[in-house]
Design a protein around this ligand. Structure first.
Ligand SMILES: [Cu+2]
Length: 691
């Protein structure tokens, strides 16, 4: 049983099977308009971390902004957070945490994924509503329909453990199916202690999480209906790069899908999620004085739909659809030592996107294919009035509250996106690609409605306090990318160069909001702290450009090589000589594979250059280069059983990834403000049993 799409796995240099199988893969490498993606094989990977986002490091152009063991925020070609559209089986989700302690991808369960797909470069307009920075799709295993009337049972069990955080992960999934019904029941539990690095422990990075899933599918003729329900229960989990840690994240995720696969295929999805989240600055990390204890209770209610139709034309396919997504956020700060203290951080902050799109795929000759897409999004946002204890006691905070409550907070944006892409195959081995696009993104609710200077910034983790700006304009990016897809019997190569010119890019700039500046200074005087002056979200102009590449090369016999190269630059273009914040530095991965029969071994070297091009506006610190060596092996000699084991960070390097954020918690082994280290040497083992 190999439920994962194998093509991109081969491209990514996962197990390279025997030659005939690879020939199939290579055929598929001729990238199609629909499937210009990288799909990550979850079976053969040395990743057993609980954070699915970490798998993205296997795709060209992708990286992870990590704020804790469960809180990886995908970065793609220099963009991250809500700039990247993430869908779980077609369902979107807005995190309950105003600091993205629960990024959308954190709701995907690694062992239950059929595939994790990253759209390479410009994402089609049909794939997501707002995809200025790209799109990611996680598809969950639901079991296959059977062939007869008899119900057949199948399932799989996964157990894994790793040493650096003394963590374990256990899960089981059971599928029952016949030709017209399929049922899925799945459960997962995982837990880890504070992770060790060469120099001590990273505090707090413990975590615990449980997850339960139910699914039912029914099909008759060309019709198919699928209902899915998931319950996520995260307990104590550290986020040392943020000012608080997770106390709980509980949530229900629902999805109902209908598919008609006849002549004019129709797809309909309705989905929603209710997510509740609590966090504190005192229960997992060294607590501040009693007066400064903070507890934040936050929630998001999400509902959405998508309906699309495909119609053939003489050269290809029309794709037309409408979609909607609505998120509502609540966030209340309190102090358990002081019943009087409260801050309405966000009060019914709403964001609703309604979109319509049309897309046309066409094959003009045997060699030339194109994709044209047009999308319109209407983004409507609003938030209710706020209040807070500081606003009743301190004039600057009162001024901020009164200005916010008096403002016209309702905002509506009308955004137009378009995509034009073409593929021209020169011969059986080489195909050229060119894509241009205009993509837009309206501000997030934090960027518009954060009224009191706080660090609620969707996980920027830069240590700065921010205020929002109701009157922000949407970001508009004009993008161009070009590249080549080459594959022959020995070599595959897929380089891309890209340039994005982003008008009204939203980032923090020095605050010109005097009450906000005075508030932070007064708080410093009251608390004996020295927080820097606040920033405010602002529209600036920016450019992001670079190149990325993935490749595989088969050597003699059972040996092969594969690798990735990623280079991204992000700069201001509005006369300020500054760089964009938290951009992955140049990095490259080289893997050597040995594959024979039912055994495969991979030796991996990962190199990250130093990052000197940092954002002065965000007071970003530089980081040093480092290299890591990882080794892993897997064996599937017994039917249904796959065993994997390995060592990450074989030489126990103390390394600091540029995207890891700064330490915010009291720790004898790490200063506050120091960049967080990665895990030290980590031995792991995993057993998968499928039947
Ligand atoms: Cu949180």
């Amino acid at each position: 049983m190999t439920p994962v799409k194998l093509l991109p796995a081969a491209l990514l240099g996962a197990t390279l099977a025997a030659a005939p199988v690879r020939a199939d893969h290579i055929e598929e490498l001729v990238v199609s308009a629909r499937h210009d993606t990288r799909s990550i094989d979850l079976h053969d990977d040395n990743l057993i971390a609980p954070d699915v986002a970490r798998l993205l490091a296997r795709a060209p152009g992708a990286a992870v902004n990590s704020n804790g063991p469960l809180t990886g925020i995908p970065q793609y070609r220099g963009m991250y957070g809500s700039r990247i559209a993430t869908a779980l089986d077609g369902a979107s989700l807005a995190p309950s945490g105003p600091n993205w302690m629960d990024p959308p991808l954190s709701y995907a369960v690694s062992g239950q994924l059929e595939a994790l797909e990253i759209y390479r470069g410009i994402a089609p307009v049909s794939v997501a509503q707002e995809s200025i920075g790209g799109a990611i799709e996680a598809r969950t295993l639901r079991g296959e329909f059977g062939t007869g009337r008899e119900m057949e049972l199948s399932g799989r069990v996964i157990g894994s453990a790793q040493s650096a955080s003394e963590a374990y992960h256990l899960q089981g999934a059971l599928f029952a199916a016949n030709q017209s019904h399929r049922v899925k029941v799945a459960a997962m539990a995982e837990s880890g202690n504070d992770a060790a690095f060469n120099g001590g422990d990273i505090l707090p990075t413990q975590y615990e999480r449980e997850r339960y899933d139910l699914g039912y599918g029914w099909r008759t003729g060309d019709h198919q209906v699928q209902v899915d329900y998931g319950y996520n229960d995260t307990g104590d989990a550290g986020t040392p790069a943020l000012p608080m840690d997770i106390r709980y994240i509980r949530g229900d995720l629902y999805r109902l899908g209908y598919q008609f696969s006849g002549n004019t295929p129709v797809a309909l999805t309705v989905f929603g999620s209710d997510l509740d989240h609590g966090m504190t600055n005192f229960h997992l990390r060294g607590a501040p004085p009693a007066a400064n204890w903070r507890r934040n209770e936050a929630s998001s209610d999400n509902v959405g739909f998508k309906a699309s139709v495909e119609r053939p034309h003489e050269r290809g396919l029309w794709r037309v659809g409408v979609d909607g997504f609505s998120e509502t956020h609540q966030s209340d700060i309190s102090n358990p030592n002081n019943a009087m203290f409260f801050v309405d951080n966000f009060n019914d902050a709403e964001r609703e996107v309604l979109g319509a799109f049309i897309e046309r795929d066409a094959r003009w000759t045997d060699n030339l294919r194109t994709e044209f897409g047009l999308r319109y999004n209407r983004v409507a946002m609003d938030a209710d009035e706020v209040d807070a204890t500081p606003a009743r006691m301190m004039p600057p905070a009162a001024a901020l509250r009164d200005a916010f409550n008096a403002a016209d907070r309702g905002q509506t944006d009308h955004n137009i996106d378009f995509v034009a892409r073409g593929w021209y195959s020169v011969n059986d081995e080489s195909s050229f690609y060119l894509g241009v696009a205009r993509k837009s993104r309206s501000p997030s609710y934090q960027e518009r409605y954060l009224w009191l200077p706080l660090e609620a910034t969707a996980g920027l983790a830069d240590g700065n306090t921010y205020t929002g700006n109701i009157n922000l304009d949407p970001e508009v990016s004009h993008q161009v990318e070009a590249g080549l897809d080459f594959s022959n019997n020995r070599l595959t190569l897929s380089p891309r160069v890209f340039y994005s010119r982003i008008d009204d890019y939203i980032q923090g700039t020095a605050s010109t909001n005097m009450p906000a500046v005075m508030f932070v200074r007064m708080m410093n005087a009251n608390n004996g702290t020295d927080n820097p002056d606040p920033l405010m979200f602002d529209n600036v102009d920016a450019a992001i450009y670079g190149a990325d590449l993935d490749w595989t090369l088969s050597l003699t016999g059972s040996w092969s090589l594969s690798g990735l190269v990623n280079y991204t630059r992000g700069e201001r273009r509005d006369g300020k000589d500054d760089n964009l914040y938290r951009i992955a530095p140049f990095n490259t991965t080289l893997r050597l594979h040995y594959t024979t029969g039912d055994m495969s071994v991979t030796l991996e070297n990962e190199y990250w250059a130093e990052q000197d091009d940092v954002s002065a506006a965000q007071r970003e610190k530089q980081s040093d280069d480092y290299a890591l060596v990882n080794l892993h092996a897997s064996w599937s000699g017994i039917a249904g059983v796959t065993m994997s084991a390995g060592v990450n960070n074989l030489f126990d390097r103390d390394y600091r990834n540029h995207l890891a954020g700064y330490n915010r918690a009291a720790n004898d082994d790490l200063a506050r403000g120091e960049r967080l280290p990665g895990e030290g040497i980590n031995l792991f083992a995993r057993l998968v049993y499928a039947f």
